[in-house]
Design a protein around this ligand. Structure first.
Ligand code: ADE
Ligand code: ZN
Ligand code: ZN
Length: 305
């Protein structure tokens, strides 16, 4: 009895310590539009596919060629990129860190080695369009489609195209937390989408009703532009409705690898989000989701047309 329990206790302690330390040192993973936003974008896109695009997507995802099956499969495909992010080292592909000092012309500079969301949208769209079975790409066409659906969604989230030495708002704490969101980035990734209510299917239908009510010009405006236009639009939204609104100081152009390395001013922020802010942002979040869906559909229709 003497040795064994004490060995067990030591080994348990060791495991607890390892768990505790890894929990403390591993940076909190940046969430991405969480699941609901991505699924809504995918479901809206599915409703705007040409028959040719719907057919190719059903083949790539290996499901029946019906509107319902394609919508369900595209929604499921939309969250895969977050699930493989850590294991594949593709975390940087989900955003582009445009600073508050940047202009549109700085987009290439903030995307060195194509290690950002705008480049990956362009490259995966190119891979799907080329449809080259002999390509030695690391990624299959199914992977390329799953990345594309996810990244077009991410890019409509204003903080996925912005940084103020704060990892796109991951480093500013909310006081108090809003639902599960403990920081500004999580507020925009998840809490503001959840605030729109309903599950992804219901929300997508609700937004589709709004899309049907748009004029043709409004609808093609929503669907228009390319990945650089979308990044710039998201960045403008973040500048006005997040950084200016919450009076977050403009920091030097630095990109801290973790929030513990962020400037003290950023780490000291305790942002109070009131109901008025959530209500005021709802139309913007709805519009970004509608745009994401229409932009994705337009891209897929062009690729598979
Ligand atoms: N990590 C660093 N910058 C980020 C951003 N803009 N969005 C999400 N994660 C990030
Ligand atoms: Zn995110
Ligand atoms: Zn993401």
């Amino acid at each position: 009895m003497g040795m064994k329990p004490s060995y067990t206790t030591i080994s348990m302690c060791r495991w607890l310590c390892v768990l505790l330390i890894s929990w403390l040192v591993v940076p909190f993973p940046a969430q991405c539009w969480w699941e609901q936003g991505h699924q809504v974008v995918a479901r809206i896109a599915a409703r705007h596919l040409t028959p040719a695009a719907q057919l190719r997507i059903s083949e790539i995802l290996d499901i029946a060629n019906t509107p319902e099956a394609v919508a369900d499969a595209l929604a499921a495909a939309s969250i895969w990129a977050d699930q493989v992010k850590a294991d594949t080292g593709t975390g940087n592909w989900h955003y582009i860190d445009l600073t508050l000092q940047d202009g549109r012309d700085n987009i290439p500079q903030r995307c060195e080695n194509d290690d950002c969301v705008t480049a990956r949208i362009r490259l995966f769209a190119g891979q799907l369009k080329a449809h080259d079975p002999d390509s030695d790409s690391r990624w299959s066409d199914q992977d390329a489609l799953r990345f594309l659906v996810h990244f077009v969604g991410d890019l409509q989230q204003p903080l996925h195209a912005s940084s103020d030495a704060d990892q796109g708002g991951n480093c500013e704490t909310l006081d108090p937390a809003i639902g599960q969101a403990k920081n500004l980035h999580a507020l925009w990734d998840g809490a503001l989408v959840s605030a729109l209510g309903a599950d992804d299917n219901t929300l997508a239908s609700d937004l589709e009703t709004e899309i049907v009510g748009l004029t043709d010009d409004q609808r093609s405006d929503f669907a228009g532009g390319d990945e650089n236009d979308w990044a710039w639009e998201s960045h403008r939204l973040a500048t006005v409705n997040i950084y200016k609104h919450f009076e977050i100081p403009k920091e030097d152009i630095v990109f801290p690898a973790s929030c513990s390395q962020a400037p003290a001013e950023i780490r000291a922020m305790a942002i109070h989000v009131d109901d008025g802010y959530v209500e005021a942002m709802k139309p913007i979040v709805r519009e970004q989701l509608m745009k994401g869906g229409l932009r994705l559909a337009k891209m897929l229709n062009e690729i598979f047309g």
